[in-house]
Design a protein around this ligand. Structure first.
Ligand code: AKB
Length: 316
């Protein structure tokens, strides 16, 4: 990996990944793209940036070709909650965007990364220690696009030899850029509200466990998988990865350790709750550990301390 194009670079993952790629590969070797160009945005201003709608395959090809990339990181996608509101758009954007990106990777012989999600599992999947290879019958449109995406990436590897790689991300928690339209977004919002109001109204029911990870570990995981020896990868696409599994009351308890005045109440959102209930409680990540050395550094309390510190600096 020497020269990279990133789609969806202004999202929660893209913002921090582009910064890391620019640091490791050199600013001139990273082309950040997104569907819009906001003003006063460090990702846009601190390096190469182009507007790209991932539905425009010709422009995607031209940008990748002209920039002479050897790697494509395709992040543009609608998340689970918004995808339930706009299922037709979600299918079109998530699948056409991915197909276009895979085609460009095939035509230009690129190393390829795209994330899947815990959303690729459904109510029929074992909930505890969810295995790497198991039943995947999601009930959400987001999950359906993620399973189809995993299979498509496998297909491009097996049929065309495209070096496709991917992980199933859990909920990602970060202080830099807010997530947009996901089911696990509550685990980010809670920290903002703790700093701003010392209170959070939680849309997810007590006792609902989901896998989560702090963004520095997620960025490390992408970098490690892209730099891993391909011959050692048995699974290649959609490795289970997770750093912790918690329910709303456990994250609230962790925040209280450092801000005793913090309180939480519940106003359950039925749409989000139904999605959360259909996802695993905790993933088995041993394949990622064995095949490419995945090893997250942050547990819940360590993440809470860092989130609160960073958000105090940002918001106060
Ligand atoms: C979402 O909640 O939709 C995402 C995810 C787990 O894929 N954060």
């Amino acid at each position: 990996m020497e020269r990279v194009i990133v789609t969806g670079c202004l999202g929660q993952i893209g913002t921090e990944l582009v910064e890391r790629l620019r640091k490791e590969l050199g600013t001139a070797n990273v082309l950040a793209t997104d569907i819009r160009m906001p003003e006063d945005n460090p990702t846009v201003e601190n390096g190469e940036f182009k507007v790209l709608d991932v539905l425009d395959k010709d422009r995607m090809f031209k940008l990748a070709y002209d920039f002479k990339v050897d790697t494509m990181i395709h992040l543009a996608s609608l998340l689970s909650s918004v995808a339930e509101d706009r299922p037709q758009d979600a299918w079109y954007i998530n699948m056409t965007g991915l197909t276009n990106a895979l085609e460009v990777a095939r035509e230009l012989d690129l190393l390829f990364f795209t994330p899947s999600s815990i959303g690729a599992f459904g109510p029929g999947t074992p909930k505890i220690d969810t295995p790497q290879d198991t039943i995947q019958r999601p009930k959400t449109m987001y999950g359906i696009t993620k399973v189809a995406g995993e299979l498509l990436c496998d297909y491009y590897f097996n049929k065309f030899g495209v070096d496709t790689r991917g992980v199933r991300f859990p909920g990602l928690i970060s202080y830099d850029t807010l997530p947009g339209g996901g089911t696990t977004d509550y685990a980010v919002e809670i920290y903002y509200e703790a700093i701003k109001n010392n209170h959070y109204v939680c849309p997810i029911k007590e006792g609902t466990y989901m896998d989560m990870m702090y963004m520095p570990d997620a960025i490390d995981a992408i970098m490690m998988l892209l730099q891993a020896d391909g011959s050692k990868l048995v699974h290649r696409n959609a490795f289970n990865i997770s750093a912790m599994s918690f329910s709303p009351e456990l994250i609230a308890k962790s925040i209280k350790k450092y801000r005793p005045e913090f309180t939480m109440s519940y106003e359950v959102n039925p749409k989000l709750q139904a999605i959360a209930d259909s996802w695993p409680n905790s993933l088995d990540c041993h394949c990622a550990k064995e095949e490419w050395g995945f090893s997250p550094k942050y547990d819940l309390d360590k993440m809470t301390q860092d989130m609160l510190k960073k958000l105090e600096e940002k918001l106060c």
